[in-house]
Write a protein of this length. Sequence first.
Length: 392
Amino acid sequence: MPYYLCNKCFYVKETDEAPDTCIVCGSDKSAFTKVNYSLMQYIPDYWAEHIKEKINKIHDNQVRAGRHGMSFAIISDIHWGPNKKHSAAILEKVMNACAIPYVFNAGDTVSGAGLCPPSTIKDELQNYSKAFKNLESRTLMALGNHDPAYSMFEAPLYYRQNLNKDELFEYVFRYETKYPDRVMSEDGSYFYADAKEFKTRLVVLNPYDVPNCDVTEEGMAKYNMFTTLGYRQEQLEWFANVALDVPSDDWTVVLCTHTAPSCADRPRNYEVILGLIKAFRNSTKYEVSTTHDIDGYNASISVDYTGRGGEFAAWVSGHTHVDKVAVMEDTLCTSIMSDWNHQAESLTFERTTGTIMEHCFDVYTIDPANHKLYVTRIGAGEDREFDYVPKA
């Protein structure tokens, strides 16, 4: 059965004919375009030379990094409805050609319409899963602020409702449990995977860790995941005592979240995460207690990495739709441009459909001997190179 996309609000409907009216924004039949989902696995000809060049660049970087160097990919802010939907095939081709074991999907997979029913989010997450099926075993999913948020209320009450935690597990995280290399948290929204051959641990945390999914009498979420950000006690303890408990001190950790600690809308207790990373890298003790405007985010952590710890390469994120870099508490923090060709105001170039500017993802190659990251950009943007602080 074909799909139809509302070009106004990006609602997608699986149906034989275009709907008479969009159930989300009310647009008439003329707003709908038939979407050919076979394009999910199609790479247009204008990508061929670029992909070939970038594959060669990744091979070169992996040679520079040596036998123990490892590559991983990151893609973020796919925003399914308006996305041009070639990135699954492109990403698969690059990862297969370069033997890349994992890709972070850093969140905001869904279109993110402010006014939509929960079925829209579920449909888009399932359509994304179909497109990226061949990469399922290698994809590490992070939750974005748009992924759980919807609203059946008119403006300005957009994004005031959430999928509950069981729904998010079902549509975002359940498939991760199929693969024995994942070590999952109790609720499944944060986890890690080990690339043992390269002594590298890839960690996903959830900055939309709300105290509960209670609903008000008006039908709105008590804690709206779109704007309620933070890491709670249980997640902080898991990160400190499970994720950062690596087999030996020559292991390297990479952290992925949707929202970066350098963003304006920083999650509560982001500074605790940074403190834990610093103590892990320096093999020292770390103790802290925090209080917040919402009691559910008050936390107290005490951990001792003396005689253990390890290397920490980077905290990678999305969310901003533009490339950003910051160093916080000696930790390299990077954000990647959106895969959707959103023309963010700060961009100095056009993200034109029908060119290689229509998509964007990165391949990071870790050089553990020299404490460097070689970043190959596929699509819009530029290659980069970063240094990261070595273990003390």
